[in-house]
Design a protein around this ligand. Structure first.
Ligand code: HSE
Length: 403
């Protein structure tokens, strides 16, 4: 029997307890022994809850109990989660977590502490919710030279973009409806500005590089300036608009990371990932392309991934499960030299200027439902050249990169 503690009895934490209760037989079979929740740490009491007697309010009760082997942190945020995880690992207790903010900020450092103390630090649920992508990268694909990871890593923005596309409704209206239904947070900034996706990308990029990628240094654009007119043109182009998180690694291990909306041809599988679903496409030098698809959020899916980590830790009792991440900073380059085409919209009166600046060989995109503007796709340009050209224009209604 293994004794575990759950920190934070909110959505994911209560989900973890539920998975352990509901799938107790399967967990027993997988781990080889029963997993018992000895403590649940929360500021609140839960009178009437099946597990009310396990609720404690002092982290030291858990840290000081030698029976506790695994601590599952589902509180979220940086503090006190960071201090709690660090203290647990320093005492040789293994930690698993869904806390993407903390893993993005301190994951490599916590992994080093785990290693030093013979414990393990696992965080499958921090990227792609229930999708088992990190374990696969760290295990089945560890022998591959992975040179790219491209993901739809945020369910809220994918839901909004899908609704805008299918229903022809504007961003603000769809966001409001999503908030009313509880699909989007009351404070949606982290999702719609791309910050949530870039944290998840930083975790993936750190794993790819074996070092630390600072999420705040990742170039990030959110979806707030995407309009229904953009979707009209996208349909003309046979493309979808998706918020992509991209990491590319060159032969020398140098990374290029970015998060931004992209136009993707319908024939690309990522274009067909709709609603709250997430997908991550990985390219390995021997394996080729592999795509992971599933629920990137939600109580049970996320909790299932946390329980998978717990089981892994128990199966490897006494051993450190090595995660390819060190606290040393990864070498990253800016997006400036990345070359691609761009879709651009300018007011009709700027057409001539656009042709002078971007060249007369741009491909015009027409759509009968949009008037008063000139829309086109550029030839291949570096990001830096594109930006310089944009600055030369008197007015630009919008632009989206082509994938
Ligand atoms: N806000 C996140 C999303 C939740 O929309 O994907 C899961 O990390």
């Amino acid at each position: 029997m293994a004794k575990v503690a759950v920190l934070g009895y909110g959505t994911v934490g209560s989900g973890v307890v539920e998975v352990l209760d509901t799938n107790a037989d399967q967990v027993l079979e997988s781990a080889g022994e029963k997993l018992e929740v000895k403590y649940i740490l929360d500021l609140r009491d839960f009178p009437g809850d099946k597990h009310e007697t396990q609720v404690v309010h002092d982290i030291n009760i858990i840290l000081d109990d030698p029976e506790i082997e695994v601590i599952c942190e589902t509180m979220g945020g940086i503090e006190p989660a960071f201090s709690f995880e660090k203290s647990a690992l320093e005492r040789g207790k293994s930690v698993c977590t869904s806390n993407k903010e903390l893993v993005a900020a301190h994951g490599p450092e916590l992994e080093e502490i785990a290693k030093k103390n013979g414990a393990s630090y696992l965080f499958e649920a921090s990227v792609g919710g229930g999708i088992p992508v990190l374990r696969t990268l760290n295990d089945s694909m560890k022998h591959e030279k992975i040179d790219s990871v491209t993901g739809i890593l945020n369910g809220t923005t994918n839901y909004i973009l899908t609704k805008m596309d299918k229903e022809g409704t504007g961003f603000a209206t769809v966001l409001k409806a999503a908030q009313d239904k509880g699909y989007a947070e009351r404070n949606p900034e982290a999702d719609i500005e791309g910050y949530d996706a870039r944290r998840k990308l930083a975790i993936l990029a750190s794993l790819l590089s074996g070092k630390y990628v600072n999420s705040e240094e990742i170039y990030t654009e959110g979806i707030t300036r995407i309009s229904i007119e953009d979707f009209e043109y996208a349909r003309t182009l046979n493309m979808a608009i998706k918020l992509l998180a991209i990491c590319r690694k060159n032969e020398n291990g140098v990374l290029l990371n970015m998060v931004a909306p992209f136009l993707i041809p319908y024939e690309n599988s990522l274009a067909n990932v709709n609603g709250v679903f997430n997908a991550i496409s990985v390219h390995g030098n021997m394996l080729g392309d592999v795509m992971f698809y599933g629920k990137g959020a939600g109580k049970k899916a996320t909790a299932s991934a946390v329980v998978a980590d717990m089981i892994d830790i128990i199966k490897h009792r006494g051993k450190h499960i090595n995660i390819n991440m060190k606290a040393e900073p990864a070498t990253v380059v800016s997006k400036d030299n990345a070359v691609r085409s761009f879709f651009v919209r300018v007011p009709s009166q700027c057409k001539e200027q656009a042709l002078e600046v971007f060249g007369r060989d741009v491909d015009e995109v027409r759509n009968d439902n949009v008037s008063g503007e000139f829309a086109f796709v550029t030839g291949d340009l570096s990001e830096r050249d594109f930006e310089e050209k944009l600055w030369k224009m008197d007015s630009v209604k919008g632009y989206i990169r082509l994938y």
